[in-house]
Design a protein around this ligand. Structure first.
Ligand code: C2E
Ligand code: MG
Ligand code: MG
Ligand code: MG
Length: 279
């Protein structure tokens, strides 16, 4: 009896599993071709200094315009690109492209690029960062690399060595999605980052007492450690007011500006007032 039940279960799952495997293979094949076919683009989202209301830089965010699938969000394709190793050439493309665009911006505006653990572990990472800077002419201190905890979770010291080497050149390291991982605080001791980006889930709930206390504490932590704190996902004036009152250094989110192509063609507006006028 158990045997036949087992067989039924097997039969029930088999076609579905097969379809999942095939869909996944198709996605991998499409992704591999996408780089050759130049289906990737970067959007740029402005980052504002809260005290001065000035735009101080922008984050490059990858977009995949697939002719067959439409616009695929990075959360759907970056993990797959990481698994098949495609993130290494794809990430190199993003770095080079982002730096090239940023080279046309007014002096001082910084460019932030997301990098994954797989890239940093590849062994060619430091070289490709240095080459992107040389190729574009962007000075090292205008480049910011956004990493997540998974990067610092790596036990090997190749990762920490690579990051220190880049930091010694003047490149800034930002810890992205701060607060949602397993032990964000312990990673601050493992590697001296230049910036903390508070995850947008905290900003979304900033009107709740407990979340407000956490955000306030992270802002204080940044001040104590001499680390710039950036709030992600700022969507309302009330959120920005709270952050301003608490002394948060930078803000990023739809309120300040959505990711867009505009930066591709025009230099970013210098201030929020300029953005409002043009919008
Ligand atoms: P992230 O680095 O934390 O980027 C911020 C995400 O929040 C972006 O999503 C952005 O569009 C979104 N966002 C910005 N402001 C707001 C807001 O006010 N409200 C809300 N609800 N969302 C906002 P996106 O572009 O879908 O990117 C998702 C993630 O994909 C990124 O999270 C990053 O981890 C990854 N990613 C994007 N581009 C790259 C890349 O070139 N390389 C690597 N390795 N990862 C990338
Ligand atoms: Mg980021
Ligand atoms: Mg983030
Ligand atoms: Mg994220």
């Amino acid at each position: 009896r158990a045997k036949s039940e087992g067989r039924n279960v097997y039969r029930f799952f088999e076609p579905g599993m097969d379809a999942m495997v095939r869909a996944r293979r198709a996605l991998e094949t499409d992704l591999e071709a996408a780089l050759r076919r130049q289906e990737f683009e970067l959007d740029f989202q402005p980052i504002m200094n809260i005290a001065s209301s000035e735009i101080v830089g922008a984050e490059a965010l990858m977009r995949w315009h697939s002719p067959a699938r439409g616009l695929v969000p990075p959360d759907d394709f970056i993990p797959v690109a990481e698994e098949i190793g495609l993130i290494v050439p794809l990430g190199e493309w993003a770095l080079r492209n982002a730096c090239t665009v940023a080279a046309g911006w007014p002096d001082g505006l910084r460019i932030a690029v997301n990098v994954s653990a797989v890239q940093i572990k590849s062994g060619t990472f430091a070289r490709s960062v240095i080459s992107a800077l040389a190729f574009s002419g962007v000075p090292a201190d205008r480049l910011e690399l956004e990493i997540t905890e998974t990067v610092l979770m790596d036990e090997s010291d190749t990762v920490l060595k690579t990051l220190s080497q880049l930091r010694d050149l003047g490149i800034r390291i930002a810890l992205d999605d701060f607060g949602i991982g397993y032990s964000s605080l312990s990673y601050l001791r493992r590697f001296p980052v230049d910036k903390i980006k508070i995850d947008r889930s905290f900003i979304r709930d900033i009107d709740k007492r407990d979340t407000a206390a956490i955000v306030r504490t992270v802002i204080g932590l940044g001040a104590q450690l001499g680390i710039t704190v950036t709030a992600e996902g700022v969507e309302t004036e009330a959120q920005l007011e709270f952050l301003s009152r608490e002394g948060c250094v930078e803000a990023q989110g739809y309120l300040i500006g959505a990711p867009s192509k505009a930066a591709d063609i025009n230099p970013l507006p210098k201030s929020r007032a300029a953005i409002r006028q043009s919008g």
